[in-house]
Design a protein. Structure first.
Length: 95
């Protein structure tokens, strides 16, 4: 499986660390936010509307995220609480 970057080109990277990779088909993406509260994603690289599920890396728990993120423009998604989080993006139900 080949992974591609999908961060917004205008994202500021001062002292923040983050990563986002998506599958070549665009049906799966993973974002890692170790120390920043949100990430801007260029959603036009995805073939359909997406949903996000958050994984709290410190606690080992999952939290639901946005359930219908349009596949156009730049969207900002925010972690649910402080700490290290990863977000899994996959096609929204019905897309």
């Amino acid at each position: 499986m080949r992974w591609e970057q999908a961060l917004s080109s205008g994202q500021a990277y001062t002292n923040e660390k983050m990563a986002l990779a998506k599958s070549a088909s665009g049906n799966l993406a993973v974002a890692y936010l170790p120390d920043n509260p949100n990430i801007q994603i260029n959603m036009s690289v995805f073939p359909t509307h997406m949903k996000a599920t958050w994984f709290h890396c410190d606690a080992g728990t999952y939290t639901a995220g946005p359930t219908d993120i349009a596949n156009s423009g730049t969207k900002t998604i925010s972690r649910p609480a402080p700490g290290q989080w990863a977000s899994v993006l996959e096609p929204a139900i019905g897309s």
